[in-house]
Design a protein around this ligand. Structure first.
Ligand code: NAD
Ligand code: MG
Length: 396
């Protein structure tokens, strides 16, 4: 039996992971499941999978989770430290699917006991890519990408010499506003940004898909994980989202990976790797699909892509600053404090300030440096948001 843990089990990726594990209970020994405030669901998952331990991220949810699991024999814990402790329990395979920078530490702790880390959490590679990869190497752990795009690139590279790669093309659906006139974007509301044309995902990543901040993160992840340069990494709008990525080789061949809009595709690949297991996703009917479309990703419409280029070229602590500013911008948009287009402006301003102070340079990333930068960039973003609010209320 394989020992497995799922961090962020109650989220969109987590639920899909639990679904695959639950289909073959005889194959897995579930060590730990973690979640947030949805303790009823977490408890239900823990019972179905007969997990050793269930952890909620929030201490105030402890009693509720304990009540749901009373008499089950399943251990209960709460808080960020408890999640990190859960990551210390040895596993053969662990899913990192907590949303946001909170996913970094549990992933790092998992690497310490070797095994496989299936990485959905984007923030880990964006904020601390070189450090994360060095830690994996140091402890003999394997990281497998779980985003559909990175799983696609990974699969296209099996058996290939990465020195023969000329370029990688990451596709983007274009998000909720891909067909909106540019001038309307500044008025886009939260509800409008929360509906994705192709994928059913968590709220934050859905908004990030509308702004293409999600794609920006993915470009940075591609650079960090596979070691390609910014010049080699392209993006194209592909409204159908059926091709997840393409790898172009020096003989001109392009290897594309196609699959339905179902994250169990990428999760299942990581779960069964290096074999191919049976994964219950719909099979594509190409004749019914008929055609696939592509358009240029316009940097004016999607300023997040330009910011991603800046981060890929700058390296150091720019990814940590970018991510923290982006998370703060997203919070401010969700909280109704800034408009949709202000998110990219805010991230750009934070990066400019930090670059001006020479704070983004860093020869050797460490966890402390990344966490410090996360803190500093959030604070700057917050100050700018609050300042704008003060100005607005002063003017009214
Ligand atoms: P989600 O919001 O649906 O779920 C997030 C999970 O993290 C939940 O279990 C939640 O309880 C938990 N969580 C939230 N805040 C937490 C905190 N502070 N500490 C600990 N746990 C916390 O998110 P998702 O869409 O499943 O995405 C998870 C990660 O995977 C993100 O980094 C996202 O970018 C990435 N990802 C998602 C998809 C997708 O299709 N949803 C695809 C590729 C990558
Ligand atoms: Mg993706």
């Amino acid at each position: 039996m394989r020992r497995v843990s799922v961090f962020g089990a109650t989220g969109s990726i987590g639920e899909n992971t639990v679904d695959l594990i639950a289909r073959a209970p005889e194959a897995y020994n579930v060590v730990a499941l973690t979640g947030g405030r949805n303790v009823a669901r977490l408890a239900e998952q823990a019972k179905v999978l007969n997990a050793d331990l269930a952890v909620t991220a929030f201490e105030e949810c402890y009693a509720d989770l304990a009540a749901h699991l009373e008499g089950s024999g399943i251990e209960v814990a709460a808080g960020q430290a408890a999640i990190a402790d859960a990551a210390d329990r040895p596993t053969d395979w662990a899913m990192s699917a907590i949303v946001g920078a909170a996913g970094l530490v549990p992933g790092l702790r998992t690497l310490r006991h070797g095994g496989i880390l299936a990485l959905a959490n984007k923030e880990s590679l964006v904020t601390a890519g070189p450090y994360l990869l060095a830690e994996a190497k140091r402890h003999g752990a394997t990281i497998l990408p779980v985003d559909s795009e990175h799983s696609a690139v990974f699969q296209a590279l099996v058996g290939e010499d990465s020195a023969a790669v000329e370029r990688v093309i990451i596709t983007a659906s274009g998000g909720a506003f891909r067909d909106w006139p540019l001038e309307r974007l500044s008025e886009a509301t939260l509800a409008e940004a929360c509906s994705h044309p192709n994928w059913d995902m968590g709220q934050r990543i859905t908004i990030d898909s509308a702004s293409l901040f999600n794609k920006a993160m993915e470009l940075i992840e591609t650079k960090e994980f596979f070691g390609f340069t910014s010049d080699q990494i392209e993006t194209v709008i592909h409204p159908e989202s059926l091709i997840h990525a393409l790898v172009g080789f020096r003989d001109g061949a392009l290897m594309a990976h196609l699959g339905p809009h179902d994250m169990r595709h990428a999760i299942g690949y990581a779960l069964h790797w290096p074999e191919r297991g049976h994964v219950p996703v719909d099979r594509l009917d190409l004749a019914a699909i008929g055609s696939l479309n592509f358009r240029t990703a316009d940097p004016e419409r999607y300023p997040a892509l330009t910011l991603a280029r800046y981060v890929m070229e700058t390296g150091g602590l720019s990814g940590a600053a970018f991510n923290a500013a982006k998370e703060a911008a997203l919070d401010a948009f969700i909280g109704g404090k800034i408009g949709f287009l202000d998110m990219a402006r805010l991230v750009e301003t934070v990066l400019e300030r930090l670059a001006g102070d020479n704070s983004l340079k860093c020869d050797k990333l460490t966890l402390d440096r990344v966490l410090d930068m996360d803190h500093v960039a959030r604070k700057i973003a917050q100050t700018i948001v609050d300042g704008d609010r003060l100005r607005q209320s002063g003017a009214s």
